[in-house]
Design a protein around this ligand. Structure first.
Ligand code: UDP
Length: 476
């Protein structure tokens, strides 16, 4: 893979948010007008380490399209690297979440791999960036490029999507590894105040929460027939898919779900099943093994089925642990009693067409009665917001940004200790047994997302931050 590659970004007019926001859109329009004046003639680059799979890629593909939609030059670039680079960055990622990951350290050998990989990527970016531009570098994978980009004169912002509520020694070790790289950034962006590292210059730190794109193939309206068709098409249910299964792409054209998923199940999902779902990368911190075990413990009553859905593991470039975690989930499924195992559906969704993949996630989430996100640590948890937008009751860990999205007992259920599988199972059971509660929570959940987590709010936050940075930098 190339050291650096530009990713095509479409353009979407934020005007479409008027249909959701009504008069509240007027204020947003003013902010965007202001942004257009201020950033005309500048490129706003965002650089991360994968074009698909995971929350950052999800955010960038729509946020940048809206920035382009208001007439600004937003660009997206992705760095490449050898597997050993992504082993190091995955270790850093896990440690920033307070988890040992593969248990390896962060010493001179890791520093050498990290710097050697990023040097050519930084060189490639430095050639195309000018002193009027703004460069956002996302997450630990790109932090090592900051120093080499400073001579371009561009404003350099490091955007950290991961963090933990109470730092531990592992997180501090990862900070120590990254600190020399990030120290000279013009600004930092974190998702929530608790994520700001100890010792970081708070004057330069901004808080911007992520958002979901309610018009994307992942979150757009999809009626029961569309859901049925897509689930039949991917092979999760036995139903004859027929001809539908359409979704609207970012560019306004019509897409169709045509691929099957790799599904591990004894029987297809029955029509009368009560569906409990977790959608996430195959990552130890998403704890799919814990979800499986906790779910199986509360099987009495009704016909509950569990869907664990994630991307086809070879597809996510910066996530080397996915295959092993999926294997562990499949092993555990194999060890269940037959009547337990028949309730479990492990789904690997093809990533060949990212919008088709999104439509599959949309259909699975909409078919679900309860959605769970039992993460042991979490940055923001886009899957939580996606479920809430669809009016689903969510059971999720009181970790990271999940706590900002869910008010316990009102817009979902928070798990104070995600490793407590009995509490998890009991919360799922409580919702399965109480339809009025599910409906009430679902309505409140959707409202919460509409108020605080739409792309327009996100866009304005970025524009306000950039305005502040340009004022600090002086005219150029
Ligand atoms: N996702 C997806 N396809 C999949 C599995 C996950 O599009 O097969 C998406 C999911 O819908 C969400 C994102 O990946 O938009 C994951 O973001 P989140 O913040 O929940 O977790 P992260 O992966 O960033 O840790």
């Amino acid at each position: 893979m190339a050291a650096f590659e530009e990713i095509h970004v479409g353009s979407m007019d934020p005007e479409r948010f008027r249909s959701v926001l009504g008069e509240r859109f007027d204020e947003i329009e003013l902010g965007m007008e202001d942004g257009r004046r201020l950033f005309q003639g500048r490129s706003i680059w965002h650089i991360n380490s994968t074009a698909r799979g995971g929350g950052v890629a999800e955010l960038l593909q729509s946020l940048l399209a809206y920035v382009r939609g208001i007439g600004l030059d937003a660009r997206w670039g992705v760095i490449g690297g050898e597997p050993e680079f992504f082993e190091v960055t995955k270790r850093i990622h896990n440690m920033l979440h307070g988890n040992p990951g593969d248990g390896g350290g962060l010493g001179e050998a890791e520093r050498e791999i990290y710097e050697r990989t990023l040097a050519p990527a930084a060189e490639a970016v430095a050639e195309i960036v000018s002193g009027r531009d703004i460069v956002f570098l996302h997450d630990p994978q790109t932090a090592g490029m900051i120093e080499a980009l400073l001579p371009t004169g561009a404003v350099i912002v490091w955007r950290c999507h991961v963090g933990l509520d109470h730092a531990n020694s592992l997180a501090r070790a990862a900070w120590d590894f990254l600190r020399p790289y990030i120290e000279r950034a013009d600004a930092y962006v974190f998702s929530r105040p608790d994520f700001i590292w100890e010792g970081i210059d708070r004057e330069r730190a901004f808080i911007i929460a992520p958002s979901i794109d309610v018009f994307s193939a992942k979150n757009q309206e999809l009626g029961p027939e569309g859901v049925t068709t897509i689930l039949g098409r991917i092979g999760l249910t036995a139903c004859d898919p027929g001809d539908d299964g359409e979704f609207i792409r970012h560019d306004g054209s019509i897409g169709r779900v045509v691929r099957r998923a790799d599904i591990y199940q004894d029987v297809p999902l029955p029509d009368d099943a009560e569906v409990v779902t977790q959608v996430s990368r195959w990552d130890r911190l998403k704890d799919p093994l814990g979800v499986l075990t906790g779910f199986v413990r509360q099987l009495d009553g009704g016909n509950p089925h569990l869907v664990l859905a994630g991307p086809a593991t070879a597809a996510v470039a910066d996530d080397p642990e996915g295959g092993a975690i999926l294997e562990a989930v499949l092993d555990q499924r194999d060890r269940l009693q037959p009547d337990e195992r028949s309730r479990i559906h492990i789904v690997c969704l093809p990533m060949d067409d990212i919008e088709e993949n999104a439509a599959m996630v949309n259909a699975i989430q909409r078919r679900s009665d309860v959605i769970v996100q039992k993460s042991l640590a979490e940055g923001f948890g886009l899957t939580v917001g996606e479920a809430m937008w669809k009016g689903k009751p969510v059971v999720a860990s009181a970790r990271g940004g999940i706590q900002d999205q869910i008010t316990d007992g009102v817009t979902g259920i928070l798990l104070p200790d995600p490793s407590n599988l009995d509490e998890f199972g009991a919360a799922v059971r409580r919702l399965l047994d109480d339809e009025p509660l599910r409906i009430r929570m679902g309505i409140a959940a959707r409202q919460r997302i509409e108020e605080s987590y739409l792309g327009t709010r996100h866009l304005l936050n970025y524009l306000q931050m950039l305005r502040a940075l340009l004022e600090r930098h002086g005219p150029s």
